[in-house]
Design a protein around this ligand. Structure first.
Ligand SMILES: Nc1ncnc2c1ncn2[C@@H]1O[C@H](COP(=O)(O)OP(=O)(O)OP(=O)(O)O)[C@@H](O)[C@H]1O
Length: 527
Protein backbone atom coordinates (compact mmCIF):
# COMPACT_ATOMS: atom_id res chain seq x y z
CA UNK A 1 0.00 0.00 0.00
CA UNK A 2 1.33 3.43 -0.86
CA UNK A 3 0.57 6.25 1.43
CA UNK A 4 1.56 9.30 -0.53
CA UNK A 5 1.67 12.91 0.41
CA UNK A 6 0.80 16.12 -1.39
CA UNK A 7 4.48 16.88 -1.75
CA UNK A 8 5.79 13.36 -2.05
CA UNK A 9 9.36 12.76 -3.04
CA UNK A 10 11.19 9.51 -3.29
CA UNK A 11 12.83 8.27 -0.20
CA UNK A 12 16.52 7.86 -0.53
CA UNK A 13 17.13 4.34 0.56
CA UNK A 14 20.88 4.53 0.14
CA UNK A 15 23.25 3.10 2.60
CA UNK A 16 25.50 4.91 5.05
CA UNK A 17 28.20 6.85 3.25
CA UNK A 18 30.29 9.86 4.12
CA UNK A 19 28.20 11.89 1.76
CA UNK A 20 25.01 10.67 3.25
CA UNK A 21 26.02 12.16 6.55
CA UNK A 22 27.54 15.17 4.91
CA UNK A 23 24.18 15.76 3.43
CA UNK A 24 21.56 13.76 5.24
CA UNK A 25 18.81 12.66 2.92
CA UNK A 26 15.16 13.18 3.67
CA UNK A 27 12.26 11.34 2.35
CA UNK A 28 9.35 12.82 2.33
CA UNK A 29 7.03 12.07 3.32
CA UNK A 30 4.11 10.05 3.28
CA UNK A 31 2.68 12.68 5.50
CA UNK A 32 0.90 15.92 4.89
CA UNK A 33 1.82 18.89 6.97
CA UNK A 34 0.39 22.32 6.40
CA UNK A 35 0.53 24.39 9.51
CA UNK A 36 -2.43 26.29 10.71
CA UNK A 37 -2.85 27.62 14.16
CA UNK A 38 -2.26 25.09 16.88
CA UNK A 39 -3.18 25.95 20.40
CA UNK A 40 -0.18 23.97 21.40
CA UNK A 41 1.98 24.64 24.40
CA UNK A 42 4.85 26.90 23.55
CA UNK A 43 8.13 25.10 23.44
CA UNK A 44 9.64 27.30 26.09
CA UNK A 45 7.18 25.92 28.60
CA UNK A 46 8.53 22.45 28.36
CA UNK A 47 11.81 21.17 29.54
CA UNK A 48 13.31 18.26 27.74
CA UNK A 49 14.31 15.48 30.01
CA UNK A 50 16.78 14.05 27.59
CA UNK A 51 19.86 13.68 29.58
CA UNK A 52 21.52 11.14 31.58
CA UNK A 53 20.84 8.59 34.16
CA UNK A 54 22.07 5.34 35.41
CA UNK A 55 21.10 1.78 35.67
CA UNK A 56 20.88 0.12 38.99
CA UNK A 57 21.13 -3.23 37.28
CA UNK A 58 24.27 -2.45 35.30
CA UNK A 59 26.87 -5.08 36.06
CA UNK A 60 29.94 -3.38 37.46
CA UNK A 61 33.43 -4.71 38.08
CA UNK A 62 36.92 -3.27 38.56
CA UNK A 63 39.49 -3.68 35.80
CA UNK A 64 43.26 -3.85 36.30
CA UNK A 65 43.52 -0.06 36.60
CA UNK A 66 40.91 0.03 39.28
CA UNK A 67 38.39 1.67 36.98
CA UNK A 68 34.84 0.58 37.02
CA UNK A 69 33.98 -1.56 34.04
CA UNK A 70 30.36 -1.55 33.05
CA UNK A 71 29.37 -4.72 31.28
CA UNK A 72 26.48 -4.77 28.89
CA UNK A 73 24.57 -7.64 27.55
CA UNK A 74 21.96 -6.37 25.16
CA UNK A 75 18.82 -8.45 25.24
CA UNK A 76 20.47 -10.39 28.03
CA UNK A 77 17.61 -12.61 28.99
CA UNK A 78 16.96 -13.92 25.56
CA UNK A 79 20.68 -14.25 24.93
CA UNK A 80 20.55 -12.01 21.91
CA UNK A 81 23.33 -9.81 20.61
CA UNK A 82 25.84 -9.61 23.35
CA UNK A 83 27.90 -6.47 23.44
CA UNK A 84 31.28 -5.50 24.67
CA UNK A 85 31.99 -3.65 27.88
CA UNK A 86 32.89 -0.05 28.52
CA UNK A 87 35.05 1.65 31.07
CA UNK A 88 34.23 4.54 33.33
CA UNK A 89 34.85 5.85 36.78
CA UNK A 90 32.87 4.18 39.57
CA UNK A 91 31.37 7.50 40.59
CA UNK A 92 30.21 8.09 37.05
CA UNK A 93 28.55 4.72 36.89
CA UNK A 94 26.56 5.44 39.98
CA UNK A 95 25.52 8.86 38.78
CA UNK A 96 21.78 9.40 38.79
CA UNK A 97 20.33 12.45 37.19
CA UNK A 98 16.98 13.94 38.03
CA UNK A 99 15.71 13.17 34.52
CA UNK A 100 16.43 9.51 35.05
CA UNK A 101 14.72 9.51 38.43
CA UNK A 102 11.63 10.96 36.82
CA UNK A 103 11.42 7.91 34.57
CA UNK A 104 10.26 5.05 36.75
CA UNK A 105 9.69 2.77 33.77
CA UNK A 106 12.67 3.46 31.58
CA UNK A 107 15.18 5.08 33.94
CA UNK A 108 16.42 1.68 35.03
CA UNK A 109 18.27 1.03 31.81
CA UNK A 110 22.00 0.47 31.48
CA UNK A 111 22.25 2.64 28.38
CA UNK A 112 21.82 5.74 30.56
CA UNK A 113 25.05 4.72 32.29
CA UNK A 114 26.89 4.25 29.04
CA UNK A 115 25.89 7.69 27.77
CA UNK A 116 26.73 9.30 31.09
CA UNK A 117 30.17 7.69 31.21
CA UNK A 118 31.05 9.18 27.83
CA UNK A 119 29.63 12.57 28.75
CA UNK A 120 31.57 12.67 31.99
CA UNK A 121 34.76 11.73 30.19
CA UNK A 122 34.48 13.95 27.11
CA UNK A 123 32.08 16.70 28.06
CA UNK A 124 29.32 16.01 25.59
CA UNK A 125 28.44 13.51 22.95
CA UNK A 126 29.51 13.96 19.35
CA UNK A 127 29.28 11.89 16.19
CA UNK A 128 32.82 10.70 16.81
CA UNK A 129 31.54 8.66 19.77
CA UNK A 130 29.46 6.50 17.48
CA UNK A 131 29.82 4.01 14.70
CA UNK A 132 26.89 4.34 12.34
CA UNK A 133 26.29 0.73 11.38
CA UNK A 134 23.30 0.96 9.13
CA UNK A 135 20.75 3.41 7.79
CA UNK A 136 17.42 2.34 9.23
CA UNK A 137 15.27 4.73 7.24
CA UNK A 138 14.57 8.31 6.47
CA UNK A 139 11.71 10.62 7.25
CA UNK A 140 10.63 14.10 6.36
CA UNK A 141 13.04 15.81 8.71
CA UNK A 142 15.97 13.44 8.99
CA UNK A 143 17.53 10.03 8.63
CA UNK A 144 17.68 7.35 11.30
CA UNK A 145 20.78 5.20 11.78
CA UNK A 146 21.63 2.19 13.85
CA UNK A 147 24.48 3.59 15.92
CA UNK A 148 26.89 1.85 18.24
CA UNK A 149 28.35 3.84 21.12
CA UNK A 150 32.07 3.16 20.83
CA UNK A 151 33.83 1.68 23.90
CA UNK A 152 30.47 0.89 25.48
CA UNK A 153 29.27 -1.24 22.63
CA UNK A 154 25.58 -0.56 23.07
CA UNK A 155 23.17 0.16 20.28
CA UNK A 156 20.91 3.14 19.68
CA UNK A 157 18.76 4.54 16.94
CA UNK A 158 20.16 7.95 16.04
CA UNK A 159 18.00 10.44 14.19
CA UNK A 160 20.26 12.86 12.34
CA UNK A 161 18.73 16.13 11.12
CA UNK A 162 20.50 18.65 8.92
CA UNK A 163 20.04 21.99 10.68
CA UNK A 164 20.37 23.98 7.45
CA UNK A 165 17.67 21.91 5.83
CA UNK A 166 15.41 22.25 8.86
CA UNK A 167 15.77 26.02 8.78
CA UNK A 168 15.43 26.23 4.99
CA UNK A 169 12.29 24.11 4.92
CA UNK A 170 10.83 25.71 8.04
CA UNK A 171 10.90 22.42 9.92
CA UNK A 172 12.74 23.65 13.01
CA UNK A 173 9.57 23.71 15.10
CA UNK A 174 8.66 20.17 14.06
CA UNK A 175 12.10 18.95 15.07
CA UNK A 176 11.85 20.82 18.35
CA UNK A 177 8.38 19.42 19.09
CA UNK A 178 9.57 15.89 18.47
CA UNK A 179 12.56 16.36 20.73
CA UNK A 180 10.49 17.81 23.55
CA UNK A 181 7.88 15.09 23.37
CA UNK A 182 10.49 12.33 23.26
CA UNK A 183 12.09 13.87 26.34
CA UNK A 184 8.83 13.58 28.28
CA UNK A 185 8.13 9.94 27.54
CA UNK A 186 8.48 7.09 30.00
CA UNK A 187 6.33 4.22 28.82
CA UNK A 188 7.00 0.62 27.75
CA UNK A 189 5.44 1.18 24.32
CA UNK A 190 7.08 4.51 23.58
CA UNK A 191 10.71 5.36 22.76
CA UNK A 192 13.26 6.54 25.29
CA UNK A 193 15.35 9.55 24.38
CA UNK A 194 18.77 9.05 25.94
CA UNK A 195 20.35 12.23 24.74
CA UNK A 196 20.39 15.00 22.21
CA UNK A 197 23.48 16.66 20.81
CA UNK A 198 24.36 19.13 18.11
CA UNK A 199 27.27 19.41 15.73
CA UNK A 200 27.97 22.37 13.43
CA UNK A 201 25.74 20.84 10.84
CA UNK A 202 23.48 18.30 12.51
CA UNK A 203 21.03 17.93 15.31
CA UNK A 204 21.03 14.36 16.63
CA UNK A 205 18.56 12.46 18.80
CA UNK A 206 19.80 9.34 20.55
CA UNK A 207 16.90 6.97 21.00
CA UNK A 208 16.11 3.42 21.88
CA UNK A 209 16.66 1.06 18.93
CA UNK A 210 13.83 -1.20 17.83
CA UNK A 211 15.10 -4.22 15.94
CA UNK A 212 11.90 -5.79 14.61
CA UNK A 213 10.96 -3.42 11.78
CA UNK A 214 7.51 -1.86 11.48
CA UNK A 215 3.98 -3.22 11.41
CA UNK A 216 3.48 -2.25 7.76
CA UNK A 217 6.36 -4.50 6.72
CA UNK A 218 5.25 -7.23 9.09
CA UNK A 219 1.70 -7.11 7.70
CA UNK A 220 3.00 -7.68 4.16
CA UNK A 221 4.51 -10.94 5.35
CA UNK A 222 1.25 -12.29 6.79
CA UNK A 223 -0.93 -14.75 4.87
CA UNK A 224 -3.37 -12.63 2.84
CA UNK A 225 -1.30 -9.59 3.89
CA UNK A 226 -3.45 -9.01 6.93
CA UNK A 227 -3.17 -9.93 10.59
CA UNK A 228 -5.36 -12.39 12.43
CA UNK A 229 -7.88 -11.01 14.89
CA UNK A 230 -5.70 -12.26 17.74
CA UNK A 231 -2.61 -10.41 16.45
CA UNK A 232 -4.65 -7.29 15.67
CA UNK A 233 -6.03 -7.26 19.21
CA UNK A 234 -2.51 -7.57 20.61
CA UNK A 235 -1.01 -4.74 18.54
CA UNK A 236 -4.10 -2.52 18.85
CA UNK A 237 -4.26 -2.87 22.62
CA UNK A 238 -0.59 -1.86 23.02
CA UNK A 239 -1.07 1.09 20.67
CA UNK A 240 -4.19 2.07 22.63
CA UNK A 241 -2.21 2.17 25.88
CA UNK A 242 0.50 4.26 24.22
CA UNK A 243 -2.13 6.72 22.92
CA UNK A 244 -3.80 6.86 26.33
CA UNK A 245 -0.48 7.75 27.93
CA UNK A 246 0.27 10.37 25.26
CA UNK A 247 -3.13 12.01 25.78
CA UNK A 248 -2.57 12.02 29.51
CA UNK A 249 0.72 13.81 28.89
CA UNK A 250 -1.05 16.36 26.69
CA UNK A 251 0.16 14.98 23.37
CA UNK A 252 -2.18 14.37 20.42
CA UNK A 253 -0.20 11.97 18.25
CA UNK A 254 -1.85 12.64 14.85
CA UNK A 255 0.22 10.26 12.74
CA UNK A 256 -0.83 6.73 13.65
CA UNK A 257 -0.22 4.24 10.83
CA UNK A 258 1.41 0.80 10.74
CA UNK A 259 4.66 2.33 9.41
CA UNK A 260 5.04 4.24 12.69
CA UNK A 261 4.48 1.22 14.93
CA UNK A 262 7.83 -0.48 15.40
CA UNK A 263 8.37 -3.95 16.80
CA UNK A 264 10.83 -4.42 19.64
CA UNK A 265 13.16 -7.38 19.90
CA UNK A 266 10.71 -8.97 22.37
CA UNK A 267 7.78 -8.61 19.94
CA UNK A 268 6.05 -5.81 21.86
CA UNK A 269 5.56 -2.50 20.12
CA UNK A 270 6.97 0.99 20.17
CA UNK A 271 5.11 3.93 18.70
CA UNK A 272 7.57 6.22 16.92
CA UNK A 273 7.71 9.55 15.10
CA UNK A 274 6.37 12.56 16.96
CA UNK A 275 7.20 15.40 14.62
CA UNK A 276 3.55 15.90 13.63
CA UNK A 277 2.24 15.66 17.19
CA UNK A 278 0.39 18.46 18.94
CA UNK A 279 1.16 19.55 22.49
CA UNK A 280 -1.79 20.77 24.47
CA UNK A 281 -3.20 21.22 27.94
CA UNK A 282 -4.93 18.38 29.69
CA UNK A 283 -6.31 17.90 33.12
CA UNK A 284 -6.61 14.20 34.03
CA UNK A 285 -9.76 13.90 36.13
CA UNK A 286 -11.52 11.23 38.14
CA UNK A 287 -15.14 11.85 37.30
CA UNK A 288 -17.06 9.17 39.11
CA UNK A 289 -16.60 7.31 42.37
CA UNK A 290 -17.38 3.64 42.69
CA UNK A 291 -20.53 2.42 44.41
CA UNK A 292 -18.48 -0.28 46.03
CA UNK A 293 -17.80 0.86 49.64
CA UNK A 294 -14.37 -0.72 49.49
CA UNK A 295 -13.50 1.55 46.64
CA UNK A 296 -15.54 4.58 47.54
CA UNK A 297 -12.79 6.55 49.18
CA UNK A 298 -10.47 6.56 46.25
CA UNK A 299 -10.66 4.01 43.50
CA UNK A 300 -7.84 5.75 41.76
CA UNK A 301 -5.65 8.25 43.44
CA UNK A 302 -3.01 10.60 42.23
CA UNK A 303 -0.21 10.29 44.74
CA UNK A 304 0.63 13.71 46.23
CA UNK A 305 4.32 12.90 46.07
CA UNK A 306 4.01 12.54 42.32
CA UNK A 307 2.91 16.10 41.79
CA UNK A 308 6.18 17.69 40.87
CA UNK A 309 5.01 21.26 40.96
CA UNK A 310 1.57 21.89 42.45
CA UNK A 311 1.40 25.24 40.66
CA UNK A 312 1.97 23.54 37.35
CA UNK A 313 -1.14 22.97 35.32
CA UNK A 314 0.53 20.93 32.65
CA UNK A 315 -0.16 17.23 32.35
CA UNK A 316 3.49 16.49 32.92
CA UNK A 317 2.74 17.05 36.59
CA UNK A 318 1.10 13.68 36.76
CA UNK A 319 3.21 10.66 36.03
CA UNK A 320 1.27 7.58 34.88
CA UNK A 321 2.89 5.56 37.62
CA UNK A 322 1.26 7.91 40.10
CA UNK A 323 -2.16 6.62 39.24
CA UNK A 324 -2.73 3.74 41.60
CA UNK A 325 -5.73 1.49 41.32
CA UNK A 326 -6.56 0.90 44.96
CA UNK A 327 -8.98 -1.96 44.56
CA UNK A 328 -9.63 -4.76 42.14
CA UNK A 329 -12.84 -5.90 40.59
CA UNK A 330 -13.68 -9.40 39.44
CA UNK A 331 -13.50 -9.97 35.71
CA UNK A 332 -16.44 -8.53 33.91
CA UNK A 333 -17.79 -11.60 32.20
CA UNK A 334 -18.01 -15.08 33.62
CA UNK A 335 -17.62 -18.10 31.39
CA UNK A 336 -21.37 -18.46 30.99
CA UNK A 337 -21.86 -14.96 29.70
CA UNK A 338 -18.98 -15.40 27.28
CA UNK A 339 -21.20 -17.65 25.25
CA UNK A 340 -24.00 -15.16 25.07
CA UNK A 341 -24.40 -12.73 22.24
CA UNK A 342 -22.23 -9.68 21.84
CA UNK A 343 -25.21 -7.41 22.36
CA UNK A 344 -25.90 -8.68 25.83
CA UNK A 345 -22.19 -8.52 26.59
CA UNK A 346 -22.24 -4.87 25.69
CA UNK A 347 -25.17 -4.23 28.00
CA UNK A 348 -23.51 -5.98 30.93
CA UNK A 349 -20.33 -4.16 30.13
CA UNK A 350 -22.05 -0.82 30.20
CA UNK A 351 -23.65 -1.65 33.56
CA UNK A 352 -20.39 -2.82 35.01
CA UNK A 353 -18.40 0.13 33.77
CA UNK A 354 -21.04 2.47 35.16
CA UNK A 355 -20.01 1.35 38.63
CA UNK A 356 -16.32 2.02 38.07
CA UNK A 357 -14.58 5.31 38.59
CA UNK A 358 -13.64 6.90 35.32
CA UNK A 359 -10.33 8.56 34.86
CA UNK A 360 -10.50 10.95 31.94
CA UNK A 361 -7.10 11.69 30.50
CA UNK A 362 -8.47 13.11 27.28
CA UNK A 363 -7.26 16.58 26.26
CA UNK A 364 -10.80 17.43 25.20
CA UNK A 365 -10.16 21.13 24.67
CA UNK A 366 -7.17 20.69 22.35
CA UNK A 367 -7.71 22.52 19.08
CA UNK A 368 -5.57 22.71 15.96
CA UNK A 369 -6.14 24.00 12.44
CA UNK A 370 -3.08 22.29 10.96
CA UNK A 371 -3.52 19.97 7.99
CA UNK A 372 -1.34 17.11 9.14
CA UNK A 373 -1.32 13.36 8.76
CA UNK A 374 -1.29 10.72 6.05
CA UNK A 375 -4.01 10.92 3.39
CA UNK A 376 -5.66 7.56 4.01
CA UNK A 377 -5.52 8.19 7.75
CA UNK A 378 -6.67 11.82 7.81
CA UNK A 379 -9.77 12.41 9.91
CA UNK A 380 -12.72 14.09 8.18
CA UNK A 381 -12.55 17.15 10.45
CA UNK A 382 -8.94 17.75 9.37
CA UNK A 383 -9.87 17.54 5.68
CA UNK A 384 -12.90 19.78 6.17
CA UNK A 385 -10.70 22.31 7.98
CA UNK A 386 -13.06 22.38 10.94
CA UNK A 387 -10.32 22.38 13.51
CA UNK A 388 -9.49 19.20 15.33
CA UNK A 389 -8.56 17.78 18.71
CA UNK A 390 -7.61 14.49 20.31
CA UNK A 391 -10.50 12.62 18.62
CA UNK A 392 -8.34 12.47 15.47
CA UNK A 393 -6.27 9.82 17.23
CA UNK A 394 -9.38 7.67 17.71
CA UNK A 395 -10.25 8.05 14.02
CA UNK A 396 -6.74 6.98 12.99
CA UNK A 397 -6.97 4.13 15.50
CA UNK A 398 -10.06 2.90 13.63
CA UNK A 399 -8.29 3.11 10.24
CA UNK A 400 -5.29 1.36 11.76
CA UNK A 401 -7.42 -1.54 13.05
CA UNK A 402 -9.21 -1.83 9.71
CA UNK A 403 -5.89 -2.00 7.87
CA UNK A 404 -4.41 -4.61 10.21
CA UNK A 405 -7.50 -6.82 9.91
CA UNK A 406 -8.28 -6.39 6.21
CA UNK A 407 -4.95 -5.51 4.63
CA UNK A 408 -6.06 -2.15 3.25
CA UNK A 409 -7.49 1.13 4.47
CA UNK A 410 -11.25 1.73 4.09
CA UNK A 411 -11.35 5.01 2.10
CA UNK A 412 -8.44 4.64 -0.32
CA UNK A 413 -9.28 6.03 -3.74
CA UNK A 414 -7.48 6.38 -7.06
CA UNK A 415 -5.24 9.18 -5.95
CA UNK A 416 -5.12 11.43 -2.95
CA UNK A 417 -7.98 13.69 -4.03
CA UNK A 418 -10.39 10.80 -4.28
CA UNK A 419 -9.15 9.39 -0.98
CA UNK A 420 -9.88 12.68 0.78
CA UNK A 421 -13.29 12.84 -0.87
CA UNK A 422 -14.06 9.28 0.27
CA UNK A 423 -13.02 9.99 3.85
CA UNK A 424 -15.41 12.91 4.09
CA UNK A 425 -18.30 11.64 1.99
CA UNK A 426 -18.35 7.87 1.65
CA UNK A 427 -19.83 5.50 4.22
CA UNK A 428 -17.65 2.89 5.91
CA UNK A 429 -17.95 -0.53 4.28
CA UNK A 430 -16.51 -3.92 5.08
CA UNK A 431 -15.81 -6.29 2.19
CA UNK A 432 -18.49 -8.93 1.83
CA UNK A 433 -17.58 -12.32 3.14
CA UNK A 434 -14.74 -11.07 5.32
CA UNK A 435 -14.22 -13.12 8.44
CA UNK A 436 -13.90 -10.08 10.68
CA UNK A 437 -15.92 -10.59 13.87
CA UNK A 438 -18.96 -8.55 14.83
CA UNK A 439 -17.10 -7.08 17.82
CA UNK A 440 -14.21 -5.87 15.64
CA UNK A 441 -16.57 -4.33 13.09
CA UNK A 442 -18.62 -2.71 15.84
CA UNK A 443 -15.51 -1.15 17.37
CA UNK A 444 -14.24 0.13 14.02
CA UNK A 445 -17.69 1.56 13.21
CA UNK A 446 -17.67 3.38 16.57
CA UNK A 447 -14.22 4.83 15.86
CA UNK A 448 -14.86 5.80 12.24
CA UNK A 449 -17.81 8.07 12.96
CA UNK A 450 -17.32 11.17 10.83
CA UNK A 451 -18.62 13.58 13.46
CA UNK A 452 -15.82 13.71 16.05
CA UNK A 453 -18.25 14.50 18.86
CA UNK A 454 -20.11 11.25 18.26
CA UNK A 455 -16.96 9.20 17.86
CA UNK A 456 -16.03 6.52 20.37
CA UNK A 457 -13.39 7.97 22.68
CA UNK A 458 -14.43 11.59 22.21
CA UNK A 459 -15.60 12.09 25.78
CA UNK A 460 -13.70 9.57 27.90
CA UNK A 461 -10.79 8.72 25.63
CA UNK A 462 -9.09 5.34 25.85
CA UNK A 463 -11.17 4.32 28.89
CA UNK A 464 -14.21 4.15 26.63
CA UNK A 465 -12.43 2.14 23.95
CA UNK A 466 -10.83 -0.32 26.38
CA UNK A 467 -14.30 -1.27 27.60
CA UNK A 468 -15.48 -2.36 24.16
CA UNK A 469 -16.18 -6.13 23.88
CA UNK A 470 -13.45 -6.49 21.22
CA UNK A 471 -10.93 -6.01 24.04
CA UNK A 472 -12.82 -8.12 26.57
CA UNK A 473 -10.10 -10.78 26.77
CA UNK A 474 -7.31 -8.25 27.28
CA UNK A 475 -5.76 -8.05 30.71
CA UNK A 476 -4.64 -4.44 30.54
CA UNK A 477 -2.52 -4.56 33.67
CA UNK A 478 -0.49 -7.55 32.50
CA UNK A 479 -0.27 -6.77 28.82
CA UNK A 480 3.53 -6.67 28.91
CA UNK A 481 3.50 -10.32 29.98
CA UNK A 482 1.30 -11.36 27.07
CA UNK A 483 3.08 -13.47 24.51
CA UNK A 484 3.41 -11.45 21.27
CA UNK A 485 2.12 -12.98 18.03
CA UNK A 486 5.61 -12.89 16.56
CA UNK A 487 9.12 -12.47 17.96
CA UNK A 488 11.59 -10.94 15.49
CA UNK A 489 14.78 -12.78 14.65
CA UNK A 490 17.70 -11.35 16.61
CA UNK A 491 20.00 -9.12 14.61
CA UNK A 492 23.43 -10.60 14.01
CA UNK A 493 25.89 -7.99 15.22
CA UNK A 494 28.88 -10.11 14.35
CA UNK A 495 27.83 -10.08 10.74
CA UNK A 496 27.13 -6.38 10.90
CA UNK A 497 30.59 -5.55 12.23
CA UNK A 498 32.33 -7.98 9.89
CA UNK A 499 30.59 -6.56 6.85
CA UNK A 500 31.32 -3.01 7.83
CA UNK A 501 34.99 -3.57 8.52
CA UNK A 502 35.53 -5.33 5.24
CA UNK A 503 33.99 -2.34 3.48
CA UNK A 504 36.24 0.28 5.00
CA UNK A 505 37.13 3.00 2.52
CA UNK A 506 40.64 4.39 2.23
CA UNK A 507 39.88 7.94 3.16
CA UNK A 508 37.22 10.04 4.68
CA UNK A 509 36.90 13.30 2.86
CA UNK A 510 34.10 15.73 3.07
CA UNK A 511 32.83 15.95 6.61
CA UNK A 512 33.90 18.78 8.87
CA UNK A 513 35.71 17.83 12.05
CA UNK A 514 32.77 18.16 14.31
CA UNK A 515 30.54 16.19 11.99
CA UNK A 516 32.92 13.40 11.14
CA UNK A 517 33.17 10.15 12.90
CA UNK A 518 36.68 9.34 14.00
CA UNK A 519 36.29 5.85 12.61
CA UNK A 520 35.62 4.42 9.23
CA UNK A 521 32.04 3.38 9.73
CA UNK A 522 30.42 6.49 8.35
CA UNK A 523 32.01 5.78 5.03
CA UNK A 524 31.09 2.27 4.20
CA UNK A 525 28.37 1.23 1.88
CA UNK A 526 26.42 -1.11 4.06
CA UNK A 527 24.07 -2.52 1.50
N1 LIG B 1 13.93 3.85 17.27
C1 LIG B 1 13.99 3.28 16.07
N2 LIG B 1 14.45 2.02 15.94
C2 LIG B 1 14.51 1.44 14.73
N3 LIG B 1 14.15 2.04 13.58
C3 LIG B 1 13.69 3.30 13.65
C4 LIG B 1 13.58 3.98 14.89
N4 LIG B 1 13.08 5.21 14.66
C5 LIG B 1 12.88 5.29 13.34
N5 LIG B 1 13.25 4.16 12.72
C6 LIG B 1 13.20 3.88 11.28
O1 LIG B 1 13.62 5.02 10.58
C7 LIG B 1 12.61 5.43 9.66
C8 LIG B 1 12.57 6.95 9.66
O2 LIG B 1 12.00 7.37 10.87
P1 LIG B 1 11.48 8.84 11.09
O3 LIG B 1 10.82 8.85 12.41
O4 LIG B 1 12.58 9.80 10.88
O5 LIG B 1 10.54 9.15 9.91
P2 LIG B 1 9.18 8.56 9.36
O6 LIG B 1 8.56 7.68 10.38
O7 LIG B 1 9.47 7.90 8.06
O8 LIG B 1 8.25 9.77 9.12
P3 LIG B 1 8.25 11.34 9.16
O9 LIG B 1 8.54 11.76 7.78
O10 LIG B 1 6.85 11.67 9.54
O11 LIG B 1 9.23 11.85 10.14
C9 LIG B 1 11.33 4.80 10.13
O12 LIG B 1 10.52 4.48 9.06
C10 LIG B 1 11.80 3.54 10.85
O13 LIG B 1 11.84 2.48 9.93
Amino acid sequence: MEKQSLNAANCDTESVTASSLNSVSFCSSSTVSVSGSDNSVSSSNISSSSGSGSASNAVEAKNKNGDCVVQYSEGGESGKSSLSGGTCDANEASFRSSSCLSKPHKGNDMKWDAVQCVKNKDGDLGLNHFRLLKKLGCGDIGSVYLAELREMGCLFAMKVMDKGMLAGRKKLMRAQTEREILGLLDHPFLPTLYSHFETDKFSCLLMEFCSGGDLHTLRQRQPGKHFSEYATRFYASEVLLALEYLHMMGVVYRDLKPENVLVREDGHIMLSDFDLSLRCFVNPTLVRSSEDPACRISAYCIQPSCIIDPACKLPVCVEPSCLQPSCFKPRFLNSKSKTSKVKSEKTSLANYSDSLPVLIVEPTSARSMSFVGTHEYLAPEIIRGDGHGSAVDWWTFGIFMYELLLGRTPFKGNGNRETLFNVVGQPLKFPEGSSVSFAAKDLIRGLLVKDPQKRLGFKRGATEIKQHPFFESVNWALIRSTHPPEIPKPIDLTLLNHTSKSSMPQNNKGASDSDRSSGPYLDFEFF
